[in-house]
Design a protein around this ligand. Structure first.
Ligand SMILES: [Zn+2]
Length: 99
């Protein structure tokens, strides 16, 4: 992931992900969670994604995922919703294996 460094004025690679980051929604602490369980509600369908890497806010519980995770994650949710089940539980890490 690229980040802009104010001090050097150069694009740099982002330093190691820190465990303590403020939540952009509520200012709470984001915790790096390598295998988080994230619920999604789409069109009346509840999709629970397990074992997805995310930063979870300890105050509002919002899950933030990295760009490279967001793609396959939304694919997974869309696929579950398309099956028209009211409740779907999918495992993120399993779907990546052999994909
Ligand atoms: Zn929050």
């Amino acid at each position: 992931m690229l980040a802009y460094d104010d001090r050097s004025g150069k694009m740099t690679t982002e330093p190691e992900r820190e465990n303590l980051k403020p939540c952009p929604l509520c200012g709470g602490t984001l915790e790096d969670t390598p295998a988080a369980t994230i619920p999604f509600v789409v069109k009346g369908c509840v999709v629970i994604v397990k074992e997805a890497p995310a930063d979870i806010c300890d105050q509002c519980g919002h899950a933030f995922v990295a760009n490279d995770v967001a793609g396959p994650l939304s694919e997974l949710v869309r696929d579950a919703v398309s099956r028209k089940t009211e409740l779907a539980v999918v495992n993120f890490s399993e779907t990546l294996v052999g994909a």
